[in-house]
Every structure is written in C-alpha cells, then in structure tokens.
Design a protein around this ligand. Structure first.
Ligand SMILES: Cc1cc2nc3c(=O)[nH]c(=O)nc-3n(C[C@H](O)[C@H](O)[C@H](O)COP(=O)(O)OP(=O)(O)OC[C@H]3O[C@@H](n4cnc5c(N)ncnc54)[C@H](O)[C@@H]3O)c2cc1C
Length: 275
C-alpha cells in the first residue's frame, strides 16, 4: 500500500531488545490476567498507538531466562547463534512511568498462555519492539469494534484514547459472563457493547455466524463516517471483514483487520493475508 491507500501514518522506532521483570500480577477475570513489567531496560520505551504490539520472548519449559535475539547492524532482529527465541505478539495495554501492562488471555494451550498462568513477581521476560506506531490520520465520527479477548486490550486502549464525542459500538467475544469483568471500559457512556459468549455457541462455525449476524443487524449511524477495527481469530475476523467490505460496501481503507491467532496454529503470523 502507498500512503494514499492507507489511513495510517507510520512512525518507526529503533528496534531494541529488553530484559524485563514481572512487577505485579493481577487477575481481571477468571481468564484474563494483567501482568505489569518493569526494570531498568524499559527506559526509552515508546508506545504511541493503541495497536502497538511487541514481541514478548518467553523462557523455554524448565528455564528461567528467555533466549533473547540480537539486533544486527542493519537494525533487524536475528536469533543468537545456536539458539531459538520463543516469541509471541502482545499489545501494550498501558504505559506507566516505569512499567507497562500486558493483558494475557489464559487459553491454556500455548507457551505464552502457560507462562502467564504461572507468572509471579521477579520472573524474567524479554521484549522486542514495537517496530513502529501506526497513527490514524482521520478522526472518525464513530467506531465499530469487533474482537475477542486478544483484541480487547488494544480496543479498550483505543476507546480510552478517543475523544469523548466519538461513539463506539463494540461486539465483544468472550468465554462467558464471568469474563465481562475484565472490561469495565466497555460499560460506560459513549460505548454500546454487545457481548457474544463462546460458551453458548456450538463450535467455531457457530461463533463466526453469530459475529457476522450481529454485525449485519447492528444499527450503526447513517451520518458521519465510521471506522471499523476488527481483530481476533483469523477466520472469524476474515468473515467479518468480508461482510463489511463485500456485502455492506465499506471502503477497505476504513477497516483495519488483524488475525491475532489462528485455530490449530502455533505462533500464527498476523501479517498473513486474511483472505
Ligand atoms: C498484534 C497482536 C496483538 C496481540 N495482543 C494480545 C494481547 O494483548 N493479549 C493476548 O492474550 N493475546 C494477544 N495476541 C494473541 C497472541 O499472540 C496469540 O494468542 C498467541 O498465539 C498466544 O501464544 P501461545 O504461546 O499462548 O499459543 P501458541 O503456541 O501460539 O498456540 C498454541 C495453540 O493455542 C491456540 N491458541 C492461540 N491463541 C489462542 C486463543 N486466544 N484462544 C484459544 N486458543 C488459542 C493455537 O491455535 C494453537 O493451537 C495478539 C496477537 C497479535 C498478532
């Protein structure tokens, strides 16, 4: 895409790998855990946009230190000789003076989720990035968000950082009613949230159908230009994107969509086209 095709301006950041420690662990709900990371290497860390994401670098099973990649002379990340870092993408939910918050879904199947389930203060984690921040050039009159627990950290941060006059419509996919407690930002003035419970749906196909049906039936404003933020499981996100762009006629430049994970795939690459 050239500048005219994308609604974002990209601000690049020098790539840096940091060794951080867990400062605090707080459960937001039965399946969402906020882990606060800090340490002297956090100095100079920049996160300008809610969708900024970092590569978190996890210790291998039975190890206490993660393998950290190195940044080469061209500014690119490389594994150190003879070792392979274990990396996953996560959102910077909040940047404080000397710590950052990352909200983990405890889904119980992967290295990252298992690490978060065991994490205690003092544990070590690596962090690389963010490589850059995408700043939205336009100011929409209203926003549509469709996302699951992996997307709600960036979506709630975006809602917090949006002027109060902008109306927000959210379709939030969570496991069950107990997990709603993790997202108090979605039950305040200016935010209309429709909850979808995975536990109520018969399976993957049914979840996708529910999301698509709810978005198709949503009563969105007919005046003012909207912007849609979609993220979550790749095929669910792709289905909602197809609905908006192909069926409902949204301009592609007013939809930002990201497959944050893919059913059955370890360390899914979110740069893969959504289809
Ligand atoms: C830009 C970006 C930002 C992200 N931000 C966050 C965030 O803030 N918080 C967060 O929790 N996640 C976030 N994610 C998603 C996270 O990176 C993936 O869920 C990742 O796969 C987790 O790694 P893992 O080691 O636990 O599982 P993996 O080893 O990658 O996968 C193991 C198995 O678990 C399954 N799996 C992976 N994720 C899920 C899931 N969410 N639910 C059910 N099964 C799953 C896989 O399909 C696979 O079968 C983000 C992803 C991207 C691309």
């Amino acid at each position: 895409m050239n500048r005219e095709d994308t609604p974002f301006d990209l601000v690049r950041h020098p790539l840096k790998v940091r060794r951080l420690t867990v400062a605090r662990v707080r459960d937001l709900s039965p399946r969402m855990r906020r882990i606060t990371l800090g340490g002297p290497e956090l100095e100079g860390f920049v996160s300008l946009a809610p969708e900024d994401h970092v590569k978190l670098l996890f210790p291998a099973e039975g190890q206490s230190e993660p393998v950290l990649p190195v940044v080469d002379e061209r500014g690119e990340i490389r594994p150190p000789p003879g070792a392979r870092p274990i990396a996953r993408d996560y959102t910077v939910r909040a940047r404080h003076v000397d710590t950052i918050d990352v909200d983990f879904l405890l889904h119980a199947h992967g290295v990252a989720s298992s690490w978060a389930a065991r994490a205690t203060p003092g544990d070590v984690l690596g962090l690389a990035g963010p490589r850059g921040s995408r700043l939205l050039r336009l100011q929409p009159a209203w926003q549509l968000f469709v996302g699951d627990e992996t997307a709600l950290p960036e979506m709630t941060r975006r809602i917090e950082e949006t002027p109060p006059a902008v109306r927000n419509f959210v379709v939030a996919l969570v496991e069950d009613t107990k997990d709603q407690a993790a997202w108090p930002e979605l039950v305040r003035a200016g935010v209309e949230t429709r909850w979808v419970y995975r536990a109520d749906a018969g399976g993957a196909g049914e979840i996708t159908k529910r999301l698509v049906d709810i978005v198709r039936a949503a009563e969105l404003p007919e005046t003012g230009e909207g912007f849609a933020w979609l993220a979550g499981e790749a095929s669910e996100t792709a289905a909602v994107m197809r609905l908006l762009v192909r069926e409902l006629g949204w301009a592609r430049g007013r939809v930002h969509a990201s497959g944050h994970w893919k059913r059955g795939v370890i360390a899914h690459d979110h740069h893969e086209p959504l289809g």
